[in-house]
Design a binder for this molecule. Structure first.
Ligand code: AMP
Length: 249
């Protein structure tokens, strides 16, 4: 069984992002970039399926600039067999990304596609769902457990009220939640080996996909700064303030 893992290059989660002075977006100059954390979880799950002998090949794919090859090499070091970059410098909306991934799915014919539940830069949480709609594959989103047997994926989903278990006919789409697994670190020998693994570069044109967007970003703003708090001298004073100033009791 072939597993396809779409991964996104995002600003590292440790970086405090700055908004550009003209409010057109986030300043990415000299900012540390990394593999989206939920995509690391997706990679880990795919590699575990390979280690169990369930997956025969793990292919990692990213849509993004040439620099996204760094994140693809990281994924290769984590255990993917080969990588595909759909090179595109423009920032794309989820639907354009999902259409490009659909074209890669048509080429690769995977039985399982594992994505992150969301990319931590835009927090869209929709690419997996859109890909499921475009491919017609069954979907199990927010997965905290995935079991594959007899042409079926049994996916435990983290939903508001607790856990929901669904059975999906393969081929299927799974998106990962935080508790699915704990991703491994790439070892130095695997980082060296990853340099020699195949990495193909495609373009949206070659895939015959238009990346024209229907969504335009109007303005990006930093959250309002919080004003400093105050210390009260007694519980009575706190109650008074809650009653008279905050008017919450
Ligand atoms: P999003 O819907 O943008 O929050 O992203 C959810 C998941 O879709 C990510 O964790 C990735 O697995 C996948 N994804 C989003 N954008 C891309 C991209 N540019 N290239 C490859 N995969 C992507």
């Amino acid at each position: 069984m072939k597993v396809l893992v779409p991964v996104k290059r995002v600003v590292d989660y440790n970086v405090k992002v700055r908004v550009k002075a003209d409010n057109s977006g986030v300043d990415l100059a000299n900012v540390k970039m990394a593999l989206n954390p939920f995509c690391e979880i997706a990679m880990e799950e795919a590699v575990r399926l390979k280690e169990k002998g369930i997956a025969s090949e793990v292919v990692v794919v990213s849509v993004g600039p040439s620099a996204a090859q760094e994140q693809l090499r990281t994924a290769l070091a984590l255990g993917a067999d080969r990588a595909v970059l759909v090179e595109c410098d423009a920032e794309l909306g989820s639907l354009a990304v999902a259409k490009l991934l659909k074209a890669v799915v048509d080429q690769e014919q995977p039985q399982l596609v594992i994505l992150g539940k969301q990319a931590i830069d835009s927090d869209n949480n929709q690419t997996g769902q859109m890909l499921a709609a475009l491919t017609g594959f069954a979907q199990g989103t927010f997965a905290s457990k995935v079991e594959i047997s007899e042409g079926k994926a049994t996916v435990t989903r983290e939903v508001d009220g607790g856990l929901q278990t669904v059975a999906l006919q393969l081929p299927a789409i799974v998106t990962t939640d935080l508790r699915l697994n704990e991703p491994r670190y790439a070892s130095l020998p695997n980082i060296m080996k990853a340099k020699k693994k195949p990495l193909d570069v495609l373009t949206p044109d070659a895939l015959g996909v238009s990346t024209a967007s229907t969504v335009k970003t109007l303005k990006v703003e930093a959250p309002a700064a919080r004003s400093a708090g105050i210390k009260v001298k007694s519980v009575a004073e706190l109650v008074k303030k809650l009653q008279n100033e905050a008017k919450v009791i």
